[in-house]
Design a protein around this ligand. Structure first.
Ligand code: COI
Length: 333
């Protein structure tokens, strides 16, 4: 068996190599993204694995098909970048990463606390020898209502952690889970918008969720609402968000992802002109200039525990399908 592993970070390489040695798999490892220029590296492979920056264009998929590749295994949970419909048409088996949700969940709780306690202002001011308390009065979670949009694995873990803080927790999801009900009350989205002081989003990016935090949704929210988006940038309508921050309807915003970030994040761009797909980059620069807007480089997942299990997942998915015909990591139809 042979696999090609794209987008391999240095921390992932030993995990992938060790697992391939254990299973007797030949492996090609590259830091490069999968795209039209690098697809040839998959020649002779049964499966390929990538993270979230690769291009699964029709041309790339056609090429992989011609080479005899059978399994496409993302090491990320999100698979919105995988051109799923066309890949399925061509008969590929598709898998995604399934790592423990704790890293992203803990990061989201950190984001909530950072926003509530004005940490951007505190850190910037202190660095500048401004030791005042001006604009730094915080709130305590026990007095607040937190809304969880998307109570799947990550959302549910956020809920469990938050339950220790004594806040009221409301949750929205299309499927309901008994464990979530122990700590949170399921409501519809409008109730989340109307009643929550903090809203944290843990939804997948789908046609139905693209731009869901738009002008209409924001208008239903409480004044001064804190919005956390550590899922996918495209869930936000950036123009509506800018309007919300300018008008102070939004009290704070924390984003670990921004629209059009694919191909940009996790790479130094200090001297580059950045062009984001579909959204002018200056809008993000503008948003970032506000002291109550936090932007981090899509790193919520990045813990020793999660990174190792993502890397293993890429190899396991291909190995399981090639040896057993199925994998627990397959993307459901
Ligand atoms: C995911 O697993 O879906 C992530 O967001 C992390 C990835 C971009 C490395």
């Amino acid at each position: 068996m042979k696999i090609t592993a794209y987008e391999v970070r240095p921390d992932e390489e030993p995990v992938i190599r060790n697992l391939c040695d254990k299973y007797g798999i030949d492996v090609v490892i590259t830091r490069a993204n999968l795209d039209e220029n690098t697809v040839n590296l998959a020649e002779g492979s049964d499966g390929i694995t990538t993270l979230g920056q690769s291009t699964y264009s029709n041309e790339v998929l056609d090429e992989l098909k011609k080479m005899g590749v059978q399994v496409l295994a993302s090491r990320c949970v999100g698979y919105n970048h995988m051109n799923v419909e066309y890949a399925r048409e061509l008969g590929f088996k598709l898998c995604n990463g399934s790592y423990a949700p704790n890293g992203v969940a803990e990061y989201s709780v950190m984001a909530i606390l950072m926003c509530m306690r004005h940490q951007k202002k505190a850190l910037y001011n202190t660095n500048d020898n401004d030791f005042t308390l001006k604009g730094k009065m915080g709130r305590e979670l026990r007095s607040l209502t937190v809304g969880i949009l998307g109570a799947g694995k990550i959302g549910k873990t956020v809920i469990k952690i938050l339950s220790g803080f004594g806040c009221k927790i409301l949750a929205y999801d299309v499927v309901q889970d008994d464990e979530v009900k122990e700590y949170a009350t399921y409501v519809d989205m409008d109730t989340i918008y109307k009643e929550c002081d903090v809203i944290t989003i843990h939804m997948p990016l789908l046609p139905a969720t693209t731009g869901m935090i738009n002008k209409d949704a924001i208008s239903k929210m409480k004044d001064g609402v804190i919005i956390i988006n550590n899922a996918r940038g495209e869930l936000l309508d950036v123009d509506a968000i800018i309007e919300g921050v300018e008008s102070e309807k939004i009290g704070a915003l924390f984003c670990d992802a921004f629209p059009g970030e694919t191909g940009i994040i996790h790479i130094p761009h200090n001297t580059d002109i950045i062009r984001t797909e579909g959204m002018p980059y200056f809008k993000l620069k503008y948003l970032r200039s506000f002291v109550n807007v936090y932007h981090t480089p899509h790193m919520a997942f990045f813990t020793e525990e999660a990174a190792a299990s993502m890397a293993a997942c890429g190899v396991d998915s291909i190995y399981e399908i090639m040896t057993e015909g199925k994998s627990s990591h397959e993307i459901p139809c």
